[in-house]
Design a binder for this molecule. Structure first.
Ligand SMILES: [Zn+2]
Length: 276
């Protein structure tokens, strides 16, 4: 990541109850991940996020961060690809794109993303799961395990699924339509019985506006031939990992499209329509 010549004006960490460091980078004049240009401090227990879910809902599909920059600050996460060209899965340091036609590609370091959330994954809790376990039951069980509902957790399942339903979205051209319109044309994939990894997060209620409260999960098959944004699954058996991720770095897009997007209103209900 190139060092930035300007200091970020809004990069003062706020300690909230000594546990959560919320760094809101307004980035009017800067796009730096760290004021010093050093990403090492953000490597562990930090969710690094580029742009906000509300900006994505409003059609801000051009980002200013590359996959190469993302893998400097995380090896695990999810998001989308420039021009909303499919679903992105970052797993073990490799970024995959699941296109609307169902094909899977390894993303190049110089590919931009308009929305992504990544972390360095290190499971704090690991346990074996045995099914059948459908997504809704899985969510209830995992939520009951979470020590707090007030921080983010990275969620990983390596397993065999008797059913997996995912979706992806087609690339868009400017002027970009809102995400709610795009998902009317989303591709839904019934993957059947499949082995693979679920990659995602559970986030607290207070992230409304910049990310998705509750579960947001993506999937990539072991053979790297299928995946997408998870709509439903039935787990046969697998290993669940949960990684406490209490810190947050929010990196806004430094572009007129982002800076002029109408983000000063509630979008809670449309997040549910788009993500579920
Ligand atoms: Zn998604």
């Amino acid at each position: 990541m190139p060092p930035h010549p300007l200091h970020c004006m809004a990069l003062t960490p706020l300690n909230v109850h000594g546990a959560i460091i919320l760094v809101l980078a307004a980035c009017l004049a800067c796009g730096c991940i760290a004021g010093s240009g050093d990403t090492a401090d953000y490597a562990h227990d930090t969710l690094y996020q580029t742009s906000t879910i509300d900006a994505l809902l409003e059609g801000v599909y051009d980002g200013d961060r590359t996959m190469g920059e993302l893998v400097e600050v995380g090896d695990f996460g999810l998001g989308t690809v420039q021009a909303l060209d499919g679903e992105m899965i970052l797993l073990d340091g490799v970024a995959y794109q699941v296109c609307a036609d169902g094909t899977v590609h390894v993303l190049h370091d110089d590919t931009f993303t308009p929305f992504a959330a990544v972390t360095r994954y290190e499971a704090d809790v690991s346990m074996e799961l045995s099914g059948p376990l459908v997504l809704s039951a899985f969510e209830q069980e995992v939520e009951a395990l979470l020590p707090s509902r007030n921080i983010t957790y990275a969620i990983r399942i390596d397993g065999t699924f008797s059913a997996m339903r995912t979706r992806s979205v087609p690339a868009q051209v400017p002027p970009y339509p809102p995400l709610l319109e795009v998902v009317q044309d989303q591709s839904v994939f019934e993957l059947g019985r499949v082995q693979g990894t679920v990659v995602g997060f559970w986030m607290p209620y207070y992230v409304s506006g910049f990310n998705v409260p509750g579960f947001h999960l993506h999937f990539i098959s072991d053979d790297r031939m299928a995946g997408g944004h998870v709509l439903d699954f039935e787990l046969e058996a697998g290993t669940l990992g949960i990684d406490d991720t209490p810190d947050l770095f929010l990196d806004c897009i430094d572009s007129p499209l982002f800076l002029e997007a109408p983000l000063d209103h509630e979008t809670g209900s449309s997040i549910g329509e788009v993500e579920r």
